[in-house]
Design a protein around this ligand. Structure first.
Ligand SMILES: [Zn+2]
Length: 303
């Protein structure tokens, strides 16, 4: 038996890694419709390498197996609804089959990771430069023994320095991973913004919370025509009715690729898992997948 085959006293079991992840992102704080936690894997198996990614897609599985990962942690669930087969005859079954055959477990931290301190929303807020911030909407379900005032959907606060909407959009483009979509915005490019709200992933269901928080600009993803158009029309109408000086009402909108607004969290997850395990004298090698899993792969400017 070579030394590399010897049991590693600092290597945790999968159950210990899951416990550390659940401490960071309590499953009780996930939305009711969500499906978070361990998807595949033996809790007694040792874990030495952990790969973090946004999506449990085939290319990420290739990367995890190629690197020799014992655990893949993704933000998005592989399964949100019940299935009757995980045979390798479907694309999702193939993901499960290949991971298990390759000795790699799968764990999901989704809306529980959105809501957590240093979760998806905090990581995005840090990158775009929001200070003095709070959740846009507090988590409905609390996490025992934790600061629930810092846990919830999205974040809103003050920008370190007032900037123009166009300048702010450029900052968002500079700090997020590159995607085919780039960054779109809605509003007067020269209008000055001093407060901002962010929500990683699909965020057009939270316009009322953004309006209530009085944010000048809202950064989120997957914005659709009708919700975006109606939000902007209402803002401009109400600004005119109130006689507010300036060219346009707020909130303005900044739209990113869904993958891009969630990916920044992965770095925090790597750091925080390492710290949580170290507190118990345990260690893993953890890394962030740099694969762009945005489904949109190309874009041409319109005429
Ligand atoms: Zn998402």
């Amino acid at each position: 038996m070579s030394s590399s085959d010897a049991p590693d006293p600092t290597a945790p079991t999968l159950a210990q890694v899951v416990a550390a992840l659940d401490g960071l992102y309590p499953p009780s704080t996930a939305e009711g419709w969500d499906a978070v936690g361990l998807v595949a894997g033996d809790p007694a198996a040792p874990v030495r390498k952990v790969l973090f990614a946004v999506d449990p897609v085939s290319a990420v599985v290739d990367q995890a197996l190629g690197w020799g990962a014992d655990l893949l942690v993704t933000h998005h669930p592989l399964f949100l609804r019940g299935v009757s087969s995980v045979a390798a005859t479907t694309f999702k079954g193939s993901v499960v089959h290949r991971l298990l055959t390759g000795g790699c477990a799968l764990h999901v931290a989704h809306t529980n990771a959105d809501a957590a301190p240093r979760g998806v929303a905090d990581a995005l807020a840090d990158l775009v430069g929001i200070t003095d911030r709070r959740p846009l909407e507090l988590s409905a379900a609390g996490a025992p023994g934790t600061d629930d005032a810092a846990r919830g959907i999205g974040r809103v606060g003050r920008l370190a320095e007032p900037t123009t909407l166009a300048g702010f959009a450029r900052r968002v483009a500079a700090v997020l991973p590159a995607t085919a979509q780039g960054i779109r915005f809605s509003g007067d490019p020269d209008a000055v913004v001093t407060t901002a709200a962010v929500l990683g992933g699909s965020g057009d269901g939270y316009f009322d919370a953004v309006r209530a928080a009085d944010a000048d600009v809202y950064v989120t993803s997957d914005l659709r025509h009708h919700p975006a158009s109606e939000l902007r029309e209402r803002a401009e109408f109400e600004a005119r009715a109130a006689g507010t000086p300036g060219p346009a009402g707020t909130p303005f909108l900044v739209d990113t690729a869904h993958y891009a607004s969630e990916w920044p969290w992965l770095r925090y997850a790597v750091e925080d898992l390492a710290a949580a395990l170290a507190a118990d004298g345990l260690a893993v090698e953890a890394r962030v997948s740099e694969l762009v899993t945005d489904p949109w792969t190309g874009q041409v400017p319109s005429r």
